[in-house]
Design a protein around this ligand. Structure first.
Ligand SMILES: Nc1ncnc2c1ncn2[C@@H]1O[C@H](COP(=O)(O)OP(=O)(O)OP(=O)(O)O)[C@@H](O)[C@H]1O
Ligand code: SF4
Ligand SMILES: [Mg+2]
Length: 340
């Protein structure tokens, strides 16, 4: 799978790449934000991998660190954000020690991001096709005519009719503009596209169309996707694996088919319970009592302990270790193993 997908790349792998290395391997990532009263430990020891052609869903309550995790991969963080530990290995190359200038080789060219409401970021006075051609021209050193040709191909790929090629942003609907943003994310033929709530601002019908498009692009282009969403049914329908975050850490990770049918971490169980279950007749929403912790001074042990009905004495003082199961699920909870 890996060789077949990498064989379809339009551009060579980065020079230092190890062709046999996994696509992405994030190890013990720690991204914190500096505030007057201390460091906000927004991402604090997160590890995960992503294979060629795979779709990973990133879920968890607001503020748990999903966007920060995504922005850390190519260090597009706000100015008070720092990666204070861990590694982000792409094709075996650690991106964390790279300078901003060196990272430019990877931003958009290997990992690109489509943000929520990104369609509103288009320049209103420039034709959409020109805005898509620009990164091709400047990042990949292509001529203007070759870049415009590529832009037109990309717009066709995302389902924008050829008669709309000369359109300005205000002449396109919200859904069409979000398609254009996806075309822009694909412009440099990246290996990984991150969608940070890419459909949230759109109505339900258009949301479904955009998700079908992403799924189709993943199949046709061999893309890997990281999909950040609050909508667990989207993860169920489009992702192979799911990473459940709580307060800057991984609670549970594994194949969607396993995690959604047999959630193990008490937080995952609550999260699934808080969502109308499309696979059962139960329609009552369970809420999760309490609030996530202050990430400047998080609890020393399990960060979910103050809200967990199953908390044990060990939970408050000792960080739960990650335990891996035979079915590919990983859980960080003392119910499944304790550090001796
Ligand atoms: N620039 C910043 N300075 C200080 N704290 C920040 C900054 N950006 C984010 N945070 C904090 O980091 C934590 C993680 O934020 P992040 O935006 O990654 O969460 P999220 O899971 O994407 O949430 P949402 O679902 O609401 O988008 C939150 O507690 C947030 O308040
Ligand atoms: S480690 Fe303890 S407090 Fe945390 S989720 Fe597991 S049982 Fe609950
Ligand atoms: Mg976010």
């Amino acid at each position: 799978m890996t060789a077949e997908i990498r064989g379809r790349r339009q551009w060579p792998l980065p020079k230092q790449a190890d062709p046999a290395a996994p696509l992405l391997r994030v190890n013990n990532l720690q991204t914190h934000f500096q505030l007057g009263r201390g460091w906000v430990k927004a991402v604090d020891g997160v590890s995960f991998g992503l294979d060629d052609g795979e779709a990973l869903g990133l879920v968890g309550e607001s503020g748990c660190g999903k966007t920060t995790t995504a922005l850390s991969l190519v260090r597009l963080l706000p100015s008070n954000g720092r990666i204070r530990g861990g590694s982000v290995e792409l094709f075996g190359i650690d991106l964390v020690p790279k300078t901003d200038r060196q990272l430019d080789r990877y931003r958009w060219r290997e990992i690109s991001i489509v943000f929520q409401g990104a369609m509103n970021a288009l320049n209103p006075v420039v034709q959409v096709r020109r805005q898509i051609a620009e990164p091709v021209q400047y990042r990949l050193n292509q001529s203007e005519s070759a870049s415009l040709k590529r832009a037109d191909e990309l717009l066709d790929m995302v389902g924008i009719p050829s008669r709309r090629l000369g359109a300005y942003p205000h002449e396109l609907s919200g859904g069409m503009r979000q398609r254009a943003m996806i075309a822009m994310a694909l412009a440099c033929d990246p290996a990984i596209v991150i969608g940070d709530e890419p459909t949230t601002a759109l109505d339900a019908m258009v949301q479904a169309q955009i998700l079908v498009l992403l799924e189709q692009l993943r199949r046709d282009l061999g893309l890997s996707l990281i999909l950040i969403t609050h909508d667990l049914s989207v993860v169920a329908e489009t992702c192979d694996r799911v990473l459940v975050m709580y307060a800057g850490r991984v609670a549970e990770e594994g194949p969607v088919s396993r995690v959604f049918t047999e959630p193990r971490h008490p937080y995952t169980r609550k999260l699934l319970g808080a969502f109308p279950n499309i696979r059962s007749d139960r329609r009552t929403l369970e809420t999760i009592p309490g609030e996530p912790p202050d990430l400047v001074n998080p609890p020393a042990g399990c960060r979910f302990a103050p809200r967990c009905a199953q908390a044990m004495p060990v939970c408050a003082g000792t960080l739960p270790p990650e335990v891996s199961f035979d079915d590919g699920v990983r859980v960080a909870c003392h119910l499944f193993g304790t550090t001796a």
